[in-house]
Design a protein around this ligand. Structure first.
Ligand code: NAP
Length: 234
């Protein structure tokens, strides 16, 4: 059995997901970098391998039931263990729209990627994670989903992240007994395709709290929401 701690990160061909892989690899974790685009995922993986990381790539579209089944098989048969799942993949399709303007198909597509994807992947991988004895699930959420700060713009994105936060709490409640810590985090506004070029934060900064949650001590928190390693209001 491979002794290195092992993490799976979704949507990791670019942006915050890629940087989470890089930071975990630098901590000498074994990283399974996943992405829906095989070409982009392979290039991203090669980049981190060249930097000295123990990183492998597998294709994964988080909305694809069969792909989730395949990744479960890969983790079980090839890796043999999983200590951390980082649900990072996310989309935001409706900038500048109000709740009364948004197309319900956009809402469904957003929920598919930002909520049902993480949920489906968690269901598939938790049985394997339970075997590691102490594992963590990190939900890359958003301050825009904080219930206390909800507003009318980006309705689908906001609701998907509010729901992801709720999923965090209910999973954490069930999995506490299995020593699986489940936490959500917001990276703040980060310079990525999703965050925009005028965002104030680097991907390095945006990834840090997710990596901190991935590497928490056993006595660490569960069922909480964080920004910059501090609790953030739901
Ligand atoms: P990004 O650069 O646009 O990256 C998003 C990643 O998600 C890409 O790798 C994308 O793959 C992937 N993805 C989208 N749909 C997918 C699917 N169905 N299956 C697998 N992968 C999929 O954005 P980012 O800023 O790094 O976003 C990462 C996370 O941070 C998201 O959950 C986002 O909501 C959250 N976040 C970001 C900010 C910010 O300011 N940037 C703020 C708050 C929260 P493709 O390359 O194939 O499209």
């Amino acid at each position: 059995m491979h002794e290195r701690k092992t993490a799976l990160v979704t949507g990791a061909n670019r942006g915050i997901g890629f940087e989470i892989c890089r930071q975990l690899a630098r901590l000498e974790w074994r990283v399974l970098l996943t992405a829906r685009d095989v070409g982009a995922g392979t290039v991203a993986c090669e980049r981190l391998t060249r930097e000295g990381g123990d990183v492998t790539f597998q294709p994964l579209d988080v909305t694809d039931v069969e792909a989730v089944g395949r990744i479960r098989g890969y983790v079980e048969q090839v890796l043999g263990r999983l200590d951390v799942l980082v649900n990072n993949a996310g989309i935001s399709l409706e900038r500048g729209m109000n709740p009364t303007e948004v197309d319900i198909r956009t809402v469904r597509a957003t929920m598919d990627t930002n909520l049902f994807g993480p949920w489906m992947l968690s269901l598939a991988l938790i049985p394997i994670m339970k075997k590691s004895g102490r594992s963590r699930i990190v939900m890359v959420s958003s301050g825009l989903g904080s219930f206390s700060k909800l507003m009318g713009d980006r309705p689908a994105y906001r609701v998907s992240k509010t729901a992801l936060n709720a999923l965090t709490v209910i999973l954490a409640d069930e999995l506490r007994a299995a020593n699986i810590q489940v936490n959500a985090m917001t990276p703040g506004r980060v310079r990525t395709q999703l965050g925009g070029i005028d965002a104030s934060r680097s991907v390095k900064k945006g990834a840090e709290t997710a990596v901190w949650l991935a590497t928490l001590e056993d006595a660490g928190p569960t069922g909480k929401f964080f920004k910059d390693q501090q609790e953030f209001p739901w």
